[in-house]
Design a protein around this ligand. Structure first.
Ligand code: GLY
Length: 441
């Protein structure tokens, strides 16, 4: 039996925990969590709560329980150097070192790497550490995206049309960003359809997993503020309805080249998940950003479909032998819907924001799977926090069946909650297909 440490406390980590426990190797699960996730706790031998910046607490917990290897869920502990700290005490991990996690934690590092190694997919971009030259570069771009360097919890990217209208406003925002961040990346904005390609990497070999489309906007019809993701879907053929086979191949090829460039640049193999946020455009597939971890919610779409033993996959990632393993997923469609507090993502003065911290009841979710995220389990029941509460996943042969299962499951959660009804519906999928057809014309 191997003892596995899981770091993380969200629905993504609940799905990872479940996938670890499906292993035939009968692993023992030990979880280090920032907040108590009742789902992860129910699957673990032992849990402990602490801060992801307290590396001594994490390594101490790992040593105490004779951990064989660790799986790191979120980006914060990666950015804090948890993999380096575990490696120092002889515990390997699925997750990159602090330096390699710059793939996610430094947008300028990744843009410069992709440029330096002539990898396709970058937009026109420039990194600025001071405001000089920003105005001239803004003038060259038709449409603009601004990114502060560093981790921003998914909320730092500013997009023309959504967050600002004019180039003057963009310039002012750059001045603002440079007050808090070491640099700002000014990029060309693409028009197209976004998709998530989560790849497993052992430093040399890159293996793609089923493609997923996330829904960032808070409300149906892609309206309202951006969130951490309100839900996602995937198809039984492991592609997406608006993509062509060459789009998928381009995304994979970019990721393969980036993995090779990371090895050349740093001398160290990247071991973990390379989650590419891509966009299909009229000029092919472009890279929006990389994350150094599974997506949340996207992990909930792909991990339940995994046929290959996840513990074995982790061992091959650590050993650098992924090329020797056949990794397979069930040919099923999935729909994930996040149940969120009614006030989630809304301005703090919005009347619905008072619904945070309220009590919820979870009834029978039927055929759906349930993954806890930010909920607080007290003696008298389950309470909301201010963030996404529960991921509900439907899995079936067709997208429509999967959507119905997820929809039924969502209805079992009672309280001041909300979710997006349109995720996985035929109407929304058709909208994506039509958008892409128009772009490719
Ligand atoms: N699905 C967005 C993220 O995981 O960052």
């Amino acid at each position: 039996m191997s003892n596995i440490l899981l770091v993380g406390n969200g629905a993504r980590e609940h799905a990872i925990a479940e996938t670890i426990l499906r292993s035939k190797q009968n692993p023992g699960l030990f979880a280090f969590m920032k907040a108590n996730n009742p789902g992860i706790a129910s699957l673990s031998h032992k849990t402990i709560q602490g801060s992801y910046s307290d590396l001594a607490a994490i390594t101490g917990f790992a040593q105490l329980h004779k951990i064989d290897f660790a799986v790191i869920g979120p980006e914060d502990p990666l950015n804090n150097g948890i993999v380096d700290a575990l490696t120092t005490i002889g515990i390997p991990a699925v997750g990159p070192t602090k330096s390699l996690a710059r793939l996610e934690t430094s947008k300028s590092f990744t843009r410069n790497l992709v440029s330096k190694y002539n990898i396709p997919g970058n937009p026109q971009f420039k990194v600025f550490t001071a405001i000089d030259g920003v105005e001239a570069f803004l003038k060259k771009l038709e449409s603009i995206v601004l990114k502060p360097d560093g981790l921003t919890g998914g909320k730092g990217v500013l997009v023309q049309g959504d967050h600002f209208a004019t180039k003057d406003e963009a310039l002012k925002l750059c001045q603002q960003i440079l007050k808090d961040s070491s640099s700002v990346i000014v990029e060309e904005k693409f028009d197209g359809e976004e998709f998530s390609l989560q790849c497993l990497c052992d430093g040399k070999t890159v293996v793609g997993t089923p493609l997923v489309q996330d829904h960032k906007r808070r409300f149906d019809g892609d309206r309202g503020p951006n969130t951490g993701g309100m839900g996602s879907y995937s198809l039984a053929n492991h592609s997406l309805p608006f993509l062509k086979p060459r789009d998928v191949e381009q995304g994979l090829e970019i990721t393969r080249q980036v993995a090779a460039a990371l090895l050349k640049e740093t001398g160290s193999p990247y071991k973990g998940v390379m989650y590419g946020g891509f966009i299909a455009t009229k000029n092919g597939v472009k890279l929006l950003e990389y994350n150094a971890r599974f997506g949340d919610p996207e992990a909930m779409n792909i991990l339940p479909l995994l046929k290959t033993d996840f513990v074995e996959i982790c061992r091959h990632i650590i050993a650098g032998t992924l090329d020797q393993l056949k990794i397979e997923f069930e040919p099923k469609a999935t729909v994930c819907k996040y149940v969120v507090p009614k006030g989630y993502g809304l301005p703090t003065d919005h009347p619905d924001v008072t619904s945070s911290k309220a009590k919820i009841e979870v009834g029978d979710v039927g055929k759906a799977r349930l993954y806890y995220s930010s909920v607080d389990k007290k003696e008298d029941g389950l309470y909301l926090s201010s963030s996404r509460a529960i991921g509900i996943v439907g899995i079936a042969d067709t997208l429509e069946e999967a959507r119905k299962i997820a929809e039924e499951g969502v209805k079992a959660v009672k309280g001041p909650v909300a979710y997006r009804e349109d995720i996985g519906t035929n109407a929304l999928i058709q909208k994506r297909i039509e958008h892409m057809k128009m772009i490719r014309k």
